[in-house]
Design a protein around this ligand. Structure first.
Ligand code: URA
Length: 239
């Protein structure tokens, strides 16, 4: 494995940050200083140190799932199939969990990882990570709704949402298609936002979370590992 990948996977920052760290000469492999990002190491046998401290290698994985409807965003459930049940045994074995939740009937982008720090950062209310959804709505969505959502709509438990961006894609014959970007992840948030303006979400799909966009080549229920570039964008955006 490349030295920069091992360090990035062990919590020393993004690949870009790790390259900087290597340049400072802080890293040794079997007591020899290494500055080359693509230097190959054996994670099982080589002794890697950063500033003289030995690196405990932990393999983090980062997956993007196109969640199908009918499965729950949990690691275990007594009744329903979970998003973790959809994974190959070798991925499931890495103690992965979904980063936040999509409702059982919601489709689309769900990140799955075993990196608790990244998951925490992405979900932290302080970080305001944008989430974009496509939705089909019963009712005609109006410019007034756009203004209300932009202002901050008050939902069922008297909570006023942070400003959300609503784009109307289609509004005819009593039905609408929209895209909405929200900064939070309250329980049933998008559905409750539309209920607050007397409309009903009948289909919901997440398209984007932070810098990561759903790969439309993934069929429902399919998943893939994040590419290095996507992972870098995620790490740089959140840390
Ligand atoms: N908002 C919802 O109402 N449901 C989801 O699954 C995600 C956001």
């Amino acid at each position: 494995m490349r030295l920069d990948k091992l360090l990035a996977n062990s919590g020393f920052g993004s690949r870009t940050e790790v390259k900087q760290l290597l340049k400072t000469g802080a890293v040794t492999v079997n007591d020899v200083r290494k500055k080359e990002a693509k230097f190959q190491v054996n994670e099982n046998t080589d002794r890697i140190e950063v500033h003289g401290e030995s690196v405990h290698y932990e393999e983090f994985i980062y997956l993007m799932l196109n969640k199908p409807p009918g499965v729950v965003s949990a690691t275990e459930d007594n009744w329903d199939e979970t998003v973790i049940d959809l994974l190959e045994p070798q991925d499931r074995a890495k103690k992965v969990f979904p980063v936040g939740r999509l409702d059982k009937d919601t489709e689309g982008l769900l990140l799955i990882t075993n990196d608790g720090v990244l998951a925490h950062d992405l979900l932290s209310p302080k970080k305001h990570v944008d989430k974009t959804y496509f939705a089909e709505i019963e009712g005609i969505v109006t410019n007034e709704d756009i203004a209300i959502f932009q202002e901050g709509v008050t939902i069922s438990d008297n909570y006023t949402c942070k400003p959300a961006t609503l784009v109307i894609l289609k509004a005819e014959n009593g039905a609408s298609e929209i895209e909405i970007t929200i900064q939070e992840g309250k329980f049933h948030q998008v559905k409750r936002m539309f209920e607050a303006v007397d409309k009903k979400v009948i289909y919901l799909k997440r398209l984007k979370m932070g810098p990561i966009m759903l790969d439309e080549a993934l069929e429902l229920g399919e998943y893939r590992a994040l590419e290095d570039e996507e992972l870098d964008q995620l790490m740089n955006a959140e840390r």
